[in-house]
Design a protein around this ligand. Structure first.
Ligand code: NAI
Length: 810
């Protein structure tokens, strides 16, 4: 047979390497080592602590030496950013938009260089860096140029934060840089960014591009180094916000380290995302989807579809198809344009993957790998299937972060949802079914920030990305991503009414003998309100509530850990509130207002008697409380999501979903109004709440639950536990079934809440001891509260039907 006949019969790929010499030339120019990019200049670390070798994982060759920035260098970078901030944040949005546009253009002009550099440094196929990573980087700068332009008109109540510290991982080095930097600088912040130690080269080249577009010095500073450098950023007192993407343990540590500092925080952490295939799915498409879900970027993707859940009847057929596909897989030189999978980023990660796979096999899983060529030098790992995985197997719950798919079967839709949600993470999910009703039903039930229907790993700057549960909080991309780099504009209060002073009268004393601190004993003990019923404190204790003059006004239950646990359990079970229609929730909130309105005289009297309000103050507080209930009844069916139209024949439904179970810890000021101002937005958005009312004036709350009792609020939707604010807040913060926590109390209490919340990466919103003007409609109510009560889920739906004309043939 001649060569042509052989080639024709084998139909195998020939080598198709991308040219890399011009990138190698650039690397050669930096042979002596890369420097730090601070204040628009290249500088050496102030204290020499050695360098980090950045290697090509495909062949182990050293590409460059990366500087390790120390504390002094981070200080210098933060100082440069702080110095640049007033001018940068003061520029008209249009001026900032021009810089972002210039960055988008310069990325496009350098796209081939960046793609090759990224592939050399990270090991991912050039096909991906060229067609996905780099185009998305440019798209992020374009999209956010738009936000810089529109900020003043679209978000007039928002302002930038200051200096932002950003720490990114190695799996999408340049894309993560763009996800972080573009919204931050569009909003008017200045940035200190640390790339991951394995993959800093594209960030350093990007710094060069910043010089090329004459970005003002100090707006973007890039400091390289390992975890210690990241810690210097996290701990720096002049940084207003930390944005982190990386592992869950480091994310939790950063939550703890920033607790009580007032730093804003977003965490994008790990995942173990389900890829669910129903028996009515298009199996061939789902196999290709699976290739993109778990073998894209060697599976080193936080939202990788690493758990295949397949309906029992088609499991065998699907597995056969997957195996057939993998037998044709090509693993090898990432610079080869016809390669399916490149190299794992570093031997450390390779060893970690292998150790987890071995642990899974030791615990009963069966390993399958295709019999295909795999380079024997370099950091390569064959695509791997793990079957016979039961739910207790390590690999069923641990993020492997490699090209390894675990396989489980299910029988019913209910079982599929239960398996999908049986994990501490909640980043993404992919659902495959030709039945759109089923797909959307499952999408609504999955606890994840992104759900792809009949597609997978779709990203766009217009569509927010981020997690539920231990996958973190905050969103990147979309309008919601912009809010993460903004705060409510200070000094604008749209209604008269100064902040009520915190009344510094003695705190109530707990005792079990029924004696008040100086007042007559009143024969009444108000109970907790749990699961729609008034219940005594579990420990039987009560505490005297004093009035504003320090005289005993009545006894309330003294809540304990057990009471909070009972209240959370009731809230967990009250899931029907979250699935009730917005119209139903609105009606019930109106009904609360109606029933409260009937008791106007009584509540005003109680505000004067218990909280020391003047007649006028009591009248104002009561009127504002009624108005607030009306506001959130109004908002319940108006705080809608959005429909995005990203490229590639998709729509993405951005749905505002409730957090789930929320703890709400109330301040002492305006005890009725503040309680309602916090409770109402949370339940309007579908959350079930455990409220700790004012510690100082709890009797207003115990009167208020009588109103709830008569207003058709389903049992468990609102629970009230009276007692010591900070002790109960900490129990809520530590509770694993509490999804979000709002705290209004002292600075120390805020700090304790943030610290304890790290256990399950709970979303918190704390007041740092600062008072709020509850009477003001700008400070006391509105979108900020609603945003804090929701998390956005983006559901991606592709469209297009070949039988109706195919590509654009409608
Ligand atoms: P990592 O979380 O340690 O690293 C991510 C970034 O955080 C890097 O820039 C690193 O230098 C920095 N960092 C590390 N310790 C820090 C600290 N104490 N304070 C501040 N910054 C710190 O992740 P690593 O070790 O590279 O990978 C380990 C595992 O993490 C992976 O196997 C994977 O499971 C997960 N991971 C998840 C990512 C995601 O996108 N969700 C990305 C990278 C890793």
């Amino acid at each position: 047979m001649n060569d042509i006949t052989e080639i024709f019969q084998a139909m195998s790929y020939g080598p198709a390497p991308e040219q890399a010499d011009y990138v190698e030339d650039w690397l050669g120019q930096h042979e002596s080592g890369f420097e730090l990019f601070i204040d628009g200049q290249w500088c050496r670390p102030q204290t020499s602590t050695g360098t980090i070798a950045s290697c090509n994982p495909a062949n182990g060759k050293v590409l460059g030496k990366i500087a390790r920035a120390g504390k002094d260098d981070v200080d210098a970078a933060v100082a440069a950013a702080a110095a640049a901030y007033p001018k940068w944040s003061g520029l008209p949005g249009h001026e900032r938009a021009k810089y972002l546009y210039a960055l988008a253009r310069v990325v496009q002009k350098n796209s081939r260089f960046l793609a090759v550099l990224e592939t050399l440094d990270n090991g991912k196929p050039i096909r991906e860096t060229r067609d996905i990573d780099v185009p998305l980087v440019a798209r992020h700068f374009y999209y956010h140029a738009g936000w810089a332009q529109l900020l003043e008109s679209e978000m007039p109540d928002q302002q930038s934060l200051g200096v932002v510290g950003q720490i990114i991982p190695w799996n999408f080095p340049l894309l993560m840089l763009a996800w972080k930097i573009a919204p931050a600088i569009a909003a008017g912040n200045c940035v200190v960014l640390k790339p991951a130690e394995y993959t800093s080269l594209s960030a350093l080249y990007f710094a060069q591009l910043c010089q090329e577009v004459n970005l003002p010095p100090g707006v973007i500073n890039i400091v390289t180094g390992a975890g210690e450098t990241g810690e210097h950023i996290v701990k720096h007192p002049d940084i207003a916000k930390i944005a982190f993407t990386g592992s869950t343990p480091v994310g939790k540590k950063i939550r703890e380290q920033t607790a009580g500092t007032g730093k804003k925080l977003t965490l994008e952490l790990g995942g173990k995302s389900p890829f669910i295939v129903f028996e009515d799915a298009d199996l061939d498409s789902s196999v290709e989807g699976l290739v993109d879900a778990i073998w894209f970027n060697q599976g080193q993707v936080c939202c990788a579809g690493s758990r295949l859940l397949v309906q029992e009847g088609i499991a065998e057929r699907l597995l056969e198809k997957i195996k057939t596909r993998l037998q044709a897989f090509r693993v090898g030189d990432p610079l080869d344009k016809a390669i399916d999978m490149g190299a794992i980023v570093d031997p450390v990660q390779h060893a970690r993957i292998d150790a987890l796979v071995n642990a899974g096999v030791a615990e009963g899983a069966t390993r399958w790998q295709p019999a295909i060529d795999c380079p024997d030098t370099g950091c390569f790992y064959l695509p791997t299937l793990l079957t016979d995985v039961d739910t207790s197997n390590t690999v069923a719950s641990e993020e492997i972060f490699g090209p390894v798919l675990t396989v489980m079967t299910f029988r019913t839709m209910k079982e599929a949802v239960a398996l999908a949600n049986n994990i501490r993470y909640g980043l993404a999910a992919s659902i495959w079914s030709e039945n759109i009703n089923r797909a959307l039903e499952v999408a609504s039930q999955i606890k994840a920030g992104v759900v792809w229907v009949n597609c997978t790993n779709q990203f766009d700057a217009a569509c927010g990305f981020g997690g539920y549960r231990e996958s973190g909080f905050g969103r990147e991309g979309g309008k919601e991503g912009m809010y993460e780099y903004l705060k409510q504009r200070e000094g604008k209060s749209s209604k008269a009414g100064s902040v009520a002073p915190v009344i510094a009268t003695p705190a109530p004393q707990a005792d079990d003998a029924g004696r008040g601190a100086g007042g007559a004993v009143i024969d009444q003990t108000a109970k907790h309100y749990i699961n729609g019923k008034q219940v005594r404190a579990d420990n039987g204790l009560s505490r005297m509530a004093l009035d504003a003059d320090g005289v005993g006004a009545g006894r309330v239950a003294d809540g304990s850990r057990k009471d909070i646990r009972d209240a959370v359990e009731a809230a967990v079970k009250a899931g029907s509130w979250s699935s009730a229609t917005a119209h139903t929730r609105a009606q019930i909130i109106y009904y609360i207002a109606e029933n409260l309105g009937r008791r106007e005289a009584e509540f005003q009297q109680r505000l004067m008697q218990f909280a020391g309000a003047s007649r006028k103050a009591a009248r104002d507080e009561f009127a504002a409380t009624l108005s607030r209930l009306f506001s959130y009844a109004a908002w319940a069916d108006k705080f809608d999501g959005a429909v995005h139209t990203p490229p590639l024949r998709n729509v993405a439904l951005a749905v505002n979903e409730p957090l789930g179970v929320m703890g709400i810890v109330c301040p002492d000021v305006m005890p009725l109004l503040s309680l309602v101002s916090l409770m109402a937005p949370a339940i309007a958005m579908g959350n079930r709440v455990v409220v700790v009312p004012s510690e100082r004036f709890p009797l207003l709350a115990t009167d208020f639950y009588q109103v709830l009792e008569t207003s058709d609020v389903p049992a468990g939707t609102v629970n009230l536990v009276t007692g010591e604010r900070d002790a109960l807040a900490t129990v809520l913060a530590e509770h694993h079934q509490v999804d979000g926590l709002w705290y209004h109390g002292s600075a120390a209490g805020s700090s304790a809440v943030e610290l304890a919340s790290a256990c399950n990466v709970k979303r918190t919103w704390v007041n740092q001891g600062q008072p709020r003007d509850w009477l003001s409609v700008t400070q006391g109510e509105g979108r900020q509260f609603l945003r804090e009560a929701c998390q956005v889920k983006n559901i991606w739906l592709p469209y297009g039907d070949e039988s109706r004309g195919g590509k654009g043939g409608y």
